[in-house]
Design a protein around this ligand. Sequence first.
Ligand SMILES: Cc1cc2nc3c(=O)[nH]c(=O)nc-3n(C[C@H](O)[C@H](O)[C@H](O)COP(=O)(O)OP(=O)(O)OC[C@H]3O[C@@H](n4cnc5c(N)ncnc54)[C@H](O)[C@@H]3O)c2cc1C
Length: 446
Amino acid sequence: MIKFLPIKEQGALVSNSIRKHKIVIVGGGAAGLELATSLGRKLGKKGLAEIILLDATTTHIWKPLLHEVAAGTLDEAEQVDYLAQAYRNHFRFRLGKMEGLNRQKKEIYASPTFNESGEQIIPRRTFSYDTLVMAIGSVSNTFGIKGVEENCFFLDTTSQAFRFQKHMVESYIKSIAANETELKSLSIAIVGGGATGVELSAELHEVTDMLAVYGLEQSSNVKLTIIEASPQLLPALPAKLALATQNQLAKLEIDLKLGCRVVEITKEVIKTLDGEMIPAEIKVWAAGIKAADWVNRLDGLETNQINQLIVDETLKTSDDDIFAIGDCAACPWPGHKGNVPPRAQAAHQQAATLCKTILNRLNGQAPVKYDYKDYGSLVALGKYSTVGNLMGNLMGSVTIGGFIARVVYLSLYKMHQVAIHGYYRTALLTLSNLFRRSAHAKIKMH
Ligand SMILES: Cc1cc2nc3c(=O)[nH]c(=O)nc-3n(C[C@H](O)[C@H](O)[C@H](O)COP(=O)(O)OP(=O)(O)OC[C@H]3O[C@@H](n4cnc5c(N)ncnc54)[C@H](O)[C@@H]3O)c2cc1C
């Protein structure tokens, strides 16, 4: 195991222009951006380490907001510019998509970056590290089902969410124009009745309502369907919560097909195991996650069956100098059947724990153990409702709904904003968003 000089001595070395400890964080999402920001403030600002954040995109949007991007209801000002964030918080941002690792040389490789016209703007690059943190999130798991890749939209990245939104607007416009002569409904099917699918369906319903208010009455002719393999909606959440959500979606006339296993998707229909053919113009795949396939070939790092990097209770992978946090990490959850679930609250907590471990590591002290605290789950059903359960030591699991649930749901995002912007800037951003939202259109139609 490598020994590092205590931070104080490093400070002295830095002034003698000897190389600083280099921390490379790959992925600036819910976990990686919080970690880069806190390490930047604690180490980068004092010149005690060099912190580099590598991400495949130039801006960050908190992933649980992607269904709002897809529906066109998210204010674009919620995007965080990585370069500005890095400047304010004393780390460096580099644009690039990691594609390989050499553990012996302690190097990672980023593929060349191209602009929209296909012109190469950044060549293939190499970054060396002393400590590497993998925080690359997850992608949708298609389980190898025929036709999914070719015929479905995904909500794994901001650009995919924007692409869906653009296609949806075009489809609305086409469908509305067609309705002038013949009444035809636009059907949208979402495969996966987890939080992503449920939140997206409610948000899309709200959009169709809003379009009708804007004068496009025909938009109410949109048919939404959720297809879920499990007999329960929101299979990972308590049955009581699932039932409350189910009732709310039924009121919105969102068609729920539970216990329906999809076996193939074509351009026109979704085929299920019991032979049903569900026609849908727009199909969204939101049925489970995995880490990207290339993670499985990462110079021998141990992974599980969904490509997540296996970490121990200190978030360390099978290599002493490489850690993993967020959705790409398979982290043990003592006392529970599975691993820590792939959630924003886990990513937030892991970033905070790993920050302490890295500070300790540079001081020659022991790593901090990560203990996942499940504070419950909340599902936002657009403007209609928010339902969820809160977990507490004294009260156990309590089901909540309505205004309180909405406030708690929003507080999850506020915690992320506070972690990356601090209290003052978060308050300013919240206020400015309130003003902007009252002055601008509620949905994006371009
Ligand atoms: C629509 C939706 C709604 C959700 N709602 C909730 C919710 O209500 N509550 C909740 O707790 N969780 C929710 N989640 C899950 C939550 O978003 C994730 O658990 C969380 O974002 C994981 O954080 P992360 O940092 O691991 O990954 P991400 O936040 O996905 O960040 C990964 C980052 O890595 C970058 N990256 C990926 N590959 C590379 C590469 N090769 N090289 C460089 N950079 C790369 C990406 O650009 C991205 O910035 C939701 C997810 C979705 C999709």
